[in-house]
Design a protein around this ligand. Structure first.
Ligand code: SME
Length: 160
């Protein structure tokens, strides 16, 4: 595919943007088998399409989440099992939407600008391999539409 994303105007709905983006992500990663390269491009494609503060992945390594490819401000490098939103999504094996990070007990504040967050765990053989984490500088930026489409994005990723 060409190296440029087709982006919808900011006036488009979230659903329209995801629907435009999904096939492009599929095309972008289908010819590449390297996981890190694909996670890097997925982070960039999501960041370019939406006004999220931070988009990236944490990868399970030696029983910790370790920072992977991302777009946005610098972030904490390691998160323990069950800690923060990411560690909780890992532990519970389910997507977590946080409307107000100040109200999530144990939230790990990598950036003081982050106000809401969604974390989608990605499983391989029933085991969490990595998580996709998105932060917004707006309260309650994420809802079931994000959960649905980000889940679809994660299903496109081929595990090595
Ligand atoms: N807020 C996350 C930490 C990662 S940063 O948002 C990039 C958490 O509570 O797990």
């Amino acid at each position: 595919m060409s190296e440029e994303l087709t982006l919808l105007p900011t006036s488009a709905t979230k659903e329209e943007k995801y629907k435009t983006l999904l096939p492009q992500i599929e095309a972008l990663i289908s010819g590449e088998k390297d996981l890190i390269a694909n996670l890097a491009n997925i982070s960039a494609a999501l960041k370019q399409s939406f006004d999220f503060l931070w988009v990236g992945f944490y990868i399970v390594k030696e029983n910790e989440l370790v920072l992977g490819p991302f777009q946005g401000p610098i972030a904490c490098t390691r998160i323990a099992f069950g800690k923060g939103v990411c560690g909780t999504a890992w532990k519970e094996k389910k997507t977590i939407i946080v409307e107000d990070v100040d109200k999530f007990p144990g939230h790990i504040a990598c950036s003081s600008d982050s106000k809401s967050e969604i974390v989608v765990p990605v499983l391989k053989n029933e085991i969490v391999a990595f998580v996709l984490d998105l932060d917004s500088s707006k309260l309650a930026a994420f809802d079931k539409t994000d959960k649905f489409y980000l889940g679809k994005v994660c299903k496109l990723i081929q595990h090595p």
